[in-house]
Design a protein around this ligand. Structure first.
Ligand code: ADP
Length: 484
C-alpha cells in the first residue's frame, strides 16, 4: 500500500501514549483479497485494566483544562484528519472492503463530529434556577463523567469511534477504545494523529484484541470506568447492559435496526429510487440504518420495481480500491452465509428472485446486488437485519396498514418514507416508532443531528447538542443562608 504518510499504518496498540507490541497477536485481513495486511497485539484483561488506570490519571488532568484548550486540540485533530484523509481512506478501505470513495466520505463524516464537538466544548452551560425559599440560591453545573469505555463495530471503523471520542473528549472525559478485531487499523491511525494534535498521553487508549468478551467484561466491571458507549448488535448490547447492572454503570447503546422504506403512490418515484439505492446498498448493505424492508404502494409497485432494477444493474461490484466500485465485499464468510440463508428462506416462502441472488463472479465474499419481489411479513428478511445487498420489496394498500407493518418490529432505529402530501408526511412521521426518520431522503446521518434509536435499537444520542450530555453528569448546588 502506498501512503503519503506511511507512519499512519500502525501495527501496535496505544496505551498511555506508548505504542506497544504484545506477547500474542492476531491478523488483520483485506476482505477483498484475503491478503494479510498486518498483525496487531492481542490484548486482554490485564492490559485493559492497565489502560483504564492510566486513563483515570489522564482524566484528572484533562478535565481541568479550559474549554478553549480542549477545543483547540480537537480542532487541530480535525484539521490533521482531513489533511491525511486520502491515507486514512485507503487504510479504511483495505481493512473493511468498502469502496474508496465511500471510505473518503466516512473520514470526512467522522472528522465532522470532531469539529462539531470542538465547537460545542465552549457551550457546556449550566443553569441558574430561582430558589424555592428566599435565602436559597440554586445552580446546576455539568461535569465530565470520567473514564469511558468505547466498543465499536467494523462497518464504520473511523466514524463509529469519532462519534464517541469527540463528545467524550470535548466534555473532559478520557477513553479506552476497543475497536472491532476486523478493523483496528483506522482506530490506530486516528490515535496517531490525535497524539500529533496534542491530545495528552492516556486520554485516548486503543486496545487491539480479538478477545472481545474478556476486554468487554473488564470495561464493564472495572469501577474506574464510569460509562460504556457501544455500537454493535442488540445481542451484545444486552450482554453489556447486564454486565453494567452491578455498578449501575451508565450506557449509550446504538444497536441493530430493521429500517422500513415506504414509497407512497403520491411520491416522486425517481427520487424514491435514488433514495432506496443509497440507503440499501451503501457499504454493501452493512449499515444499521440501511433499508431492510422496502414497502411500495400497490398502484405503483411494478413501476417502482422496474425503475429500481434499472438503477441496481448499474452498480459495480469490486475491490474497494478500484475507483469505479460501488459495492465491495461482505466483511466475512459468516456475513455471506447469513445473506444466503435469508435469501433461501424468502424464496422458499414464495418470494420472486427479480435479480442477483448469487455470489459475485469475483468469488470470496462478494455478493450480487439482489432484488426480491412478492415478499411477505413471515419471511425472515422482514424481521431480521439483513446486513447485505438484498432488497426485499413488499406491497401495501393503505397508509394505516403500512404504518402498522413498519412498526411491527422490536427495532426502532431509522425509517424512511417518500410522499408529497404534507398532511400525510406529518401523520406518518408522528406515527412511526423510530428514533430517526428520513422523509424524501435516504441519507440522514450528520454531526448536527441526534443519531440513535428507541425500543431494542438502544438509547443515547450521538451528534448534535444532545450528544454531549451522554458524557456529562449534572450537579445541583443549593446555597442557603443568603440574607437580603
Ligand atoms: P457485529 O455483528 O457488528 O460484529 P457485535 O455486537 O458482535 O456486532 O460487535 C460489535 C463490537 O462488539 C465489536 O467490537 C465486537 O468485538 C464487540 N463485542 C462482541 N461481543 C462482545 C462482548 N461479549 N463483550 C464486549 N464486546 C463484544
Amino acid at each position: 500500500m502506498i501512503l503519503n504518510n506511511p507512519s499512519l499504518f500502525i501495527s501496535e496498540a496505544y496505551i498511555n501514549g506508548k505504542w506497544l507490541k504484545g506477547n500474542s497477536s492476531f491478523q488483520v485481513q483485506n476482505p477483498s483479497t484475503n491478503e494479510i495486511l498486518t498483525e496487531v497485539p492481542n490484548f486482554g484483561k490485564t492490559e485493559t485494566a492497565e489502560a483504564i488506570q492510566f486513563a483515570q490519571e489522564a482524566f484528572l488532568a484533562w478535565k481541568t483544562k479550559s474549554a478553549p484548550e480542549r477545543a483547540n486540540i480537537l480542532k487541530k485533530w480535525h484539521h490533521l484528519l482531513l489533511e491525511n484523509e486520502e491515507d486514512l481512506a485507503k487504510i479504511l478501505s483495505l481493512e473493511q472492503g468498502k469502496p474508496y470513495k465511500e471510505a473518503l466520505g466516512e473520514i470526512r463524516y467522522g472528522a465532522s463530529y470532531i469539529e462539531w464537538f470542538a465547537e460545542e466544548t465552549r457551550r457546556i452551560y449550566g443553569d441558574i434556577i430561582p430558589g424555592h425559599e428566599s435565602d436559597k440560591r440554586i445552580m446546576v453545573i455539568k461535569q465530565a463523567i470520567g473514564v469511558v469505555g468505547i466498543i465499536t463495530p467494523w462497518n464504520f471503523p473511523n466514524a463509529m469511534i469519532a462519534r464517541k471520542i469527540a463528545p467524550a473528549l470535548a466534555a473532559g472525559c478520557s477513553v479506552v477504545v476497543k475497536p472491532a478485531a476486523q478493523t483496528p487499523l483506522s482506530a490506530l491511525a486516528m490515535a496517531f494523529l490525535g497524539e500529533k494534535a496534542g491530545i495528552p498521553s492516556g486520554v485516548i487508549q486503543i486496545i487491539t484484541s480479538d478477545k472481545a468478551s474478556e476486554v468487554g467484561l473488564e470495561l464493564c466491571s472495572n469501577p474506574i470506568v464510569k460509562k460504556i458507549s457501544f455500537t454493535g448488535s442488540t445481542k451484545t448490547g444486552k450482554i453489556l447492559m447486564q454486565q453494567c447492572a452491578g455498578q449501575l454503570k451508565k450506557l449509550s447503546l446504538e444497536l441493530g435496526g430493521n429500517a422500513p422504506f415506504i414509497v407512497f403512490e403520491d411520491a416522486n418515484i425517481e427520487e424514491a429510487v435514488k433514495g432506496a439505492i443509497l440507503s440499501k446498498y451503501r457499504n454493501a448493505g452493512q449499515t444499521c440504518v440501511c433499508s431492510n424492508r422496502i414497502y411500495v404502494q400497490e398502484s405503483i409497485y411494478q413501476e417502482f420495481v422496474e425503475k429500481f432494477h434499472q438503477a441496481v444493474i448499474q452498480l459495480k461490484v469490486g475491490d474497494g480500491m478500484n475507483i469505479e466500485t460501488d459495492i465491495g465485499p461482505l466483511i466475512d464468510h459468516a456475513a455471506l452465509s447469513k445473506v444466503e440463508f435469508l435469501l433461501e428462506d424468502a424464496i422458499k416462502k414464495g418470494a420472486n428472485l427479480y435479480c442477483g441472488g448469487i455470489p459475485y463472479t469475483l468469488g470470496g465474499t462478494f455478493y450480487e446486488p439482489t432484488i426480491l419481489t412478492n415478499c411477505h411479513d413471515d419471511m425472515l428478511c422482514s424481521t431480521e437485519e439483513i446486513f447485505g445487498p438484498i432488497a426485499p420489496i413488499f406491497s401495501f394498500q393503505t397508509e394505516e396498514e403500512v404504518i402498522a407493518r413498519a412498526n411491527a418490529s422490536e427495532y426502532g432505529l431509522a425509517a424512511y418514507f417518500y410522499s408529497n402530501q404534507i398532511n400525510r408526511i406529518y401523520k406518518v412521521f408522528e406515527a412511526l416508532e423510530y428514533g430517526m426518520i428520513g422523509v424524501n431522503t435516504g441519507l440522514i446521518s450528520t454531526a448536527v443531528a441526534p443519531f440513535g434509536g428507541i425500543k431494542e435499537s438502544g438509547f443515547g444520542r450521538e451528534g448534535s447538542k444532545y450528544g454531549m450530555d451522554e458524557y456529562l453528569d449534572k450537579k445541583y448546588i443549593c446555597i442557603g443562608g443568603i440574607s437580603s
